[in-house]
Design a protein. Structure first.
Lengths: 340, 345
């Protein structure tokens, strides 16, 4: 199975923070023979892969299984579902979208018809709490037959390859990272490596804290997606990073000050090997690194991410070329980290 | 006829205003088995007629749907656009689209990442001109494949909701087209001996400009426009909307024919067809407005299918409402024009 077939299947699965089960089950079903795995109390999945040699440093790779989504918090008398977001979502990307509910029903999110809005209202993006999901229920009792409070909804968004080499789907953040780790697990590795598929990243990098405490990495590598602002009309450093210019190696973001030497090593390694790589031109975003770095007695962290447009919307977009560069970079970098 | 399947087929074919050829073909094929005469007009509308006695009752629904139009190349694989019909600007962020260029191309309307969002813009929908479509192509290739003026349709994920409701793009007015095709089937089954013409019109969403031209060669005694109208959702004044799944809306306004309005109400009562009233105090914003001025003037009625979330990709209608619309129209045709047709009340 190719990397992007795994990406497609993984992204399709519902797995909002705290409810990562379907993703974990799929990953387990795809593990190669000869690896051992375990699941902890929070739901993190640990996989130990033996390499050709024992490493000097314990290297642990992280990717998170959860995705952003919605949680049903109230059912109105008319049978509409009110919700709160799980993870950071801009309400603007929800309006006019279709969602899949945990119970299997499909729902839509929309507003009062634009024709009936007056003045400012026609341009107003309401607060999250003003939005609702319509499932076609006749009233509250009808909706209650199907929908439980606390149940989740995920975006409906299919896998599309478009343009030169772009991919669009929901949940590429961070099922793409999961697929990349799965791909590594299927290869012969030079050194023993630990892989952790974490839970609850989108609600505060919570699973990763427990996972780092348990695995005690010398060096932790977080495989992620990161916001690219290289859209029409945005120039220079405000783009943060650019699709097609290689994986992003972070020196600092809103959650983490990364290990400077690992950052430098990764950038130099890419340069020497002629692999495109970039760093972010803004201090923005965050990921599991913030928790991993400070768990237990602490560890050295490195984050390598695929630049991704429209993150946390139904239409995450990344470039397959960046993913291929990321694979190449990891193949030359991981042995160095183990030996360092 | 499987109405659900027909509607799905109709909404699966794009037909943004001015580019209705494909959907016209599909609708024409679906209507063909039920009519005696079928042709396309110079503007691309479809007219099908069941021949019987007397002049025709014209039933009108529009083929076209709202979309976007490419206005400029934005660089870095992006395209600038404007609306082609009244797309709801609140739904643009992260919208998936199909650009109908040399070939159909997928694209995504850009949303603004949090680090670029300005505080003062929070809670405001972006203007059409501020956003761009991400195609992922090189500018060179983009210029080869996409012309300025190319139309863009909004990609939807058609869905079945509870209680026979369905959602998707272009329900406005494919629901009306489906209702007319179903009407034609009901009339054929009833061995209708009245003349009735079905006209599937074009370019309604950009101002309604082809209804009268389409009907021009029909010897008509009256017309009924069949469109969608507002179904109640949260925040809508109850006077402005009907209830979904409670039957077609029979329209009345100063510009519509009172006789036809009364007659359709009476027929619905007699035949036990559920209906609702849509009372408007001026023009109706549908093809009815234009058809009243056909040649020397025509008595015109309006029947609307209740629809939620108009001009989005999650427009929602009830299949039962479409069926009841068809029943009401078929019974109205079969009842024939009243004595002294003219409709002045």
């Amino acid at each position: 199975m190719s990397l992007f077939e795994d990406v497609r299947v993984l992204c399709e699965l519902p797995g909002v923070s705290g409810r990562e089960g379907p993703v974990r089950d799929y990953l387990i079903s795809r593990l190669p023979a000869g690896v051992s795995y375990d699941i902890d109390a929070m739901g993190n999945l640990y996989v130990e892969k033996q390499g050709a040699a024992r490493p000097k440093n314990k290297v642990v790779l992280f990717a998170h299984m959860d995705e952003v989504g919605l949680m049903i918090t109230y059912i109105t008398e008319e049978g509409y579902l009110k919700f709160d977001e799980i993870g950071g979502i801009d309400p603007a990307v929800l309006i006019g979208r279709t969602v899949k509910l945990e119970c299997g029903l499909t729902g839509v999110i929309a507003l009062k018809a634009i024709h009936l809005c007056e003045g400012e209202e026609a341009r107003k993006i309401p607060e999250m709490r003003e939005l609702y999901i319509a499932i076609g229920a006749k009233d509250k009792a009808d909706a209650e037959q199907y929908v439980e409070l606390g149940s989740f909804a995920t975006y409906v968004s299919d896998y599309v390859e478009f343009g030169k080499s772009l991919v669009k789907m929901k949940a590429l953040d961070d099922r793409f990272g999961c697929a990349l780790m799965l791909d590594l697990l299927h290869q012969d590795l030079p050194y023993d490596t630990t892989f952790v598929f974490t839970v609850q990243e989108e609600v505060g990098a919570r699973g990763a804290a427990a996972a780092a405490f348990r695995t005690e990495p010398d060096i932790a590598v977080i495989l992620e997606t990161t916001t690219a602002g290289d859209i029409c009309g945005v120039e220079g450093e405000r783009r943060a990073c650019v699709l097609g210019e290689g994986p992003v190696v972070s020196y600092m973001d809103r959650g983490t000050v990364y290990d400077y030497h690992l950052y430098s090593l990764a950038m130099e390694t890419a340069k020497e090997a002629g692999i495109p790589a970039q760093t972010k031109t803004l201090v923005a975003g965050g990921n599991d690194s913030s928790s991993v770095q400070r768990a237990g007695a602490g560890s050295r962290v490195l984050a390598i991410s695929a630049p991704t447009r429209y993150l946390h919307s139904p239409v995450d977009v990344l470039d397959k070329e960046d993913v291929l560069s990321m694979q190449k970079l990891l193949s030359v970098l991981l042995p160095k980290l183990a030996e360092q | 006829m499987d109405l659900a399947a027909l509607l799905q087929e109709l909404v699966s074919v794009p037909g943004v205003s001015g580019l209705e050829d494909k959907v016209a073909r599909v609708a024409m094929d679906a209507l063909r088995p039920y009519v005696d005469e079928l042709y396309k007009t110079p503007m691309g509308a479809v007219v099908g007629t069941i021949k019987g006695h007397g002049p025709a009752l014209v039933l009108d629904a529009h083929l076209d749907q709202i979309g976007l139009v490419i206005t400029a190349y934005g660089g870095n694989g992006f395209l600038r656009f404007d609306k082609c019909g009244g797309v709801d600007p609140r739904t643009l962020s992260g919208m998936e689209v199909i650009i109908h260029g040399e070939e159909d191309l997928f694209g995504v309307v850009s949303s603004i990442p949090p680090h670029l969002a300005k505080k003062e813009d929070a809670g405001k929908a972006k203007d059409f001109r501020e956003l761009a479509i991400d195609t992922g192509l090189s500018d060179e290739e983009l210029k080869r494949k996409v012309k300025l003026g190319d139309r863009v349709s909004l990609k939807a994920y058609p869905a079945q909701l509870l209680n026979g409701l369905v959602s998707g793009a272009a329900m406005d007015d494919r629901a009306g087209i489906a209702a007319l095709i179903r009407t034609a089937e009901l009339l054929r089954d009833a061995e209708c001996d009245r003349t009735v013409s079905f006209q599937f019109t074009v370019r309604e969403e950009v101002g309604g400009r082809a209804a009268a031209a389409t009907a021009y060669n029909i010897n008509a005694h009256a017309a009924i426009a069949v469109d969608v109208s507002f179904a109640r959702t949260p925040g809508i004044d109850h006077r402005d909307a009907a209830l979904i799944d409670k039957g077609p809306m029979i329209g009345y306004s100063p510009i519509l024919d009172k006789g036809l309005f009364d007659r359709m109400k009476q027929i619905a009562e007699e035949k036990g067809i559920p209906y609702q009233l849509e009372i408007m105090h001026r023009g109706t914003g549908t093809h009815a407005d234009e058809l009243t001025n056909l040649k020397a003037g025509l008595p015109v009625g309006l029947v609307s299918i209740p629809l939620r979330y108009m001009h989005t990709t999650v427009e929602t209608v009830s299949l039962e409402d479409i069926e009841n619309t068809a029943r009401l129209l078929a019974e109205t045709v079969l009842a024939g024009p009243p004595e002294g047709e003219g409709g002045v009340a």
